[in-house]
Structures are given as C-alpha cells and as structure tokens.
Design a protein around this ligand. Structure first.
Ligand code: MSP
Length: 464
C-alpha cells in the first residue's frame, strides 16, 4: 500500500530572542502529531524554521551589539535548534527565511504576481506599528496605540506596493462556506468569518529601504524590501520546492498549519488568498491554539520579558514531563496559565503516581517473583480480562478520533483511563497474596499487566 503524505508546519519563529515555553508548545504539539502520523504509516513532512527579516530583528541585532545581522540570527537559530533537540522535535526540514532557496522563490513569486496585476504601486498614508510591522488606518487607532500590541504607532506617508487582497474577499468567503473545517477550532472559524464581514484592505507588501533594509529586495524595484509577513508565509511553499521541484505537487497542500491565535488572521485570510493568486490550493487545515499565560494573566512573550526558558526547565525536570504537561494540562485551543507548581502537581499525580506506580509495581513483581522475566500465561494470552476488554479494544479508535481533531488532552485522557483500570486491577486482586496459593493466577495477572504497559507505551510513544 502506498503511504499517504502528511505535511505539517509550525510558524517560523522570530529570531529576536531565545525560544520560550510558548514556542515550545507549538513545536511539541506539531511533533506529537508528526510522530503519530508516522506511526500510522504516513509519509510525514514536518517543517519548522525561523523568520529572520524585518526591522524588529535588525533592531534586536543592533541592541545586542551586532553590526552583522545575519551573524546575530545565526546565534539565535542555534538556540532554537538546541532547544528542539532537547525536546525531541523530529522535524524533517528547518527553513530560515535568509536561505537562498527561500529568497529565490520569493523573488520569482513577486515577479509573477506583479506581472499578473495582483501587485500594484500606490501611495500609503497611515499609522505604522514597528514591533508588529503592521500598518493601521485612522479609524483603527486610539490614543496613538497599536490595536494589537498596545504600543505606540508612528504616522507615515510613502509610496509602496500592495497586494490586491480585497479583490478575493468574496472568493474566500465562499471557500469558508464550503469548507467549515478549514479553520479550527470552530470558535476561531467564526471569528475569521465575522472579520470578513468588515471591509478587507489590500495588503502593503513592501517597505522602503531607507526605513527597513534588512529583507528580500523587491525584484522589480530595488528601492524596497518585501514585507516580512508576505515573505514568511511563502516559506510553506518555498521549503517543499514550489517552482523548483516536481515533488512539490505531491507535498502541497499542507495538511495542517499550527500556530497560536495571535497570527491566525495571516494564515486564514491573507495566506489562502495569496495561494489562490498563485493558482494553488489552500492548506487543508489551519489550527490556532491558545496562549500560555503567566499566572498574573499576561501572555508569555519575548517582548514582555516574562518568559520561561525551556532549556532550564528541561534541565531540571526532563523533556518528557514538559511535553506531557503542555499537552495534558489545557485543551488545545484554550489558554493556559503556566506555573511551576501547576507543572509539579500534574507530573506528580499523573506520571509519578498513576503511571509510575503501575510500572513500578508491575516491574517490581516481575523482578521479585519471576527473576526479571515476564511469565508465560496461556489464559492471559488467549483472552483479555473483561475489565480491560472494551478499553483496550477501543483504545486506538478513540485516540485516533481525538488525534484527528488535534484534541491531545482527550487522547491522553483515554490512555489514562486504561492506566486507572490497571491500577485498580492490582488493588482489587492484590497479586502479592497469590504467590503461594494461586501461582497460575499470578502468572496471568503479571502477564496481563506487562502487556497493558506495552499497549500504553505504544499509545504514549508520540507524546513521550
Ligand atoms: N514570525 C511570525 C510567524 C510567521 S509564520 C509564517 C511569528 N513569530 S513568533 O516568534 O512571534 O512566534 C509566534 C508563534 O509562537 C505563535 O503563533 C505560537 O505558535 C508560538 N507562541 C509564542 N508565544 C506563545 C505563547 N505565550 N503561548 C502559546 N504559543 C506561543 O509570529
């Protein structure tokens, strides 16, 4: 049987600072999905990488004392790679927006869209938020603050190039009508859909070099560089070889783009329209998960400086427990509040007590009563005990049902139901009393418990 391709992505993380737990969250969730799909037999292409152009990055390099911006990016990229390695992120490709393969294709795409008339030149007058690198109109600004990040904006007037987004608004609305599962979770679909009831402005996709020079030159006007968001989104097609490789048509469309809710609009509005302009299909699913907040309720972010360093955390607690906590603690799609106490509580109760005890008690008996060898038991082999039968037989189907919806929390809960049953089985049957009066029953129990642990470990393999 030919294996099915499965293409999934994380956002390309900005390299204006080191990775934090928020970035780790998206990468861990993508990794779990990638590992799960590989176990199903899919041919997975898991893409991640870094977003390296734009004024924000240039400013960070400057603030850190680097005159060579690329050298600064190299240092931060190494930190991302180091954290991904530590967390076991099994990506197949890592793209940096400063790589030739990306720049070349971005330039070809710009040329193509300029020729087709989807890019045009016009005068821009309005407000600009430097940290978000976003333009705003008068009616979107209050008290000279960016509506997104609440930081100060500056007024500017300049010639720029624009992408004719507005022309395709109706097409996108029709597409959403016909593809209700395109944006997940459903509440985010509704948000995007109602956003489209407003006027949709064309997107300014250039920045004059006298203001921002760190970027990809516009091929038909080298006084400008490309707007970071426009080129960064294109990574999802430049990496699998758009305009370069025959394999591109096998890989595209992406099966899942993963991100947090703050950047959903770029992925669910601008990106499908850009693809439509290029005559390409939209991705199959765009999933926006929630934010990890600090206990006081503010979003963990580099620019706020309230981040948790995954390197230090993993050094202290190990990567499996962090991976488990991130996906088990909150429902994927909702916000969560990150605290070390919350982490310790969850890990102690689920990993140490529930699962740890099951494994410890079982292995202890294997050592004590059987010299470290799992006993043979024809009765255990031929029939699963009735208490487990349903849970074991339906485990894969139930986990699969939740994994298709990216409901990691529920998938883990299914696995933990089996762990709870196994612990109860030990308590009720008190195997330590069987050694002398019913050794066959003890063989049966220890074989059954060992087999359950095997089943649980397989189900847990993508997570830990
Ligand atoms: N460079 C853009 C993305 C371009 S994609 C073509 C960007 N980068 S970012 O470094 O700010 O990373 C944003 C992503 O990091 C979020 O969408 C999310 O996946 C992850 N997170 C960053 N902070 C987070 C939290 N506090 N909580 C959850 N996820 C977080 O935006």
């Amino acid at each position: 049987m030919k294996s099915k391709k499965f293409y999934l992505t994380t956002p390309l993380y900005y390299v204006n600072g080191s990775p934090h737990i928020g970035h780790a969250y998206t990468s861990v969730s993508a990794d779990v999905l990638a590992r799960y799909r590989r176990m199903l037999g899919d041919k997975v292409y898991f893409l991640t990488g870094t977003d390296e152009h734009g004024q924000k990055i240039a400013k960070s390099a400057h603030d850190e004392g680097y005159s060579d911006i690329k050298a600064f990016c190299d240092v931060i990229v190494d930190r991302f790679i180091q954290v991904w390695k530590l967390l076991g992120i099994s990506y197949d490709d890592f793209i940096r927006t400063t790589e030739c393969r990306h720049e070349e294709t971005v330039k070809k795409i710009l040329d193509q869209l300029y020729k087709s008339g989807d890019i045009y030149e016009s005068e821009y007058q309005g407000w600009y938020c430097l940290p978000c690198e976003t333009f705003w109109l008068d009616n979107q600004i209050e008290n000279n603050l960016c509506p997104d990040c609440r930081r100060g904006v500056e007024h500017i007037k300049e010639k720029n190039y624009f992408l004719k987004i507005s022309k395709y608004k109706l097409w996108l609305k029709n597409y959403l009508d016909d593809n209700k599962d395109f944006i997940q979770p459903q509440s985010r679909f509704n948000e995007v859909y109602s956003f489209l009831n407003n006027e949709l402005n064309d997107l300014c996709i250039s920045r004059p070099k006298d203001r921002v020079s760190w970027g990809i030159s516009i091929p038909f006007d080298d006084r400008y560089v490309t707007y970071v968001w426009f080129e960064a989104l294109l990574n999802y097609i430049t990496a699998p070889g758009f305009l370069k490789s025959d394999d591109f048509s096998i890989t595209w469309p992406a099966d899942v783009h993963l991100m947090a809710k703050d950047i959903l609009r770029y992925h669910a509005v601008y990106w499908p329209i850009m693809l439509h302009m290029l005559d390409l299909e939209p991705p199959k699913m765009v999933f926006a998960h929630g934010w990890w907040l600090m206990e006081e309720g503010s979003k963990m972010s580099k620019s706020k400086g309230n981040v948790i360093d995954p390197l230090k955390f993993v050094e202290k607690y190990g990567s499996d427990s962090l991976r488990y906590f991130l996906l088990r603690e909150v429902s994927f799609g909702s916000d969560g509040s990150f605290s070390e106490q919350g982490f310790i509580k969850r890990v102690n109760s689920d990993l140490a007590n529930d699962f740890g005890n099951l494994v410890f008690r079982t292995l202890n008996m294997v050592m004590k009563y059987y010299d470290g060898f799992i006993p043979e038991s024809e009765s255990a082999k031929s029939e699963c005990d009735s208490v487990f039968k349903d849970t074991v037989e339906n485990l894969n189907a139930r986990v699969n049902n939740f994994m298709l919806k990216l409901d990691y929390q529920k998938a883990l809960e299914c696995i933990w139901q089996l762990i709870a049953l196994a612990n109860k089985y030990i308590e009720v049957k008190a195997p330590w009393n069987l050694k002398n009066n019913n050794p066959k029953e003890l063989d049966h129990m220890i074989y059954t418990l060992s087999d359950l642990i095997r089943i649980i470990l397989i189900a847990l393999a993508p997570f830990m």
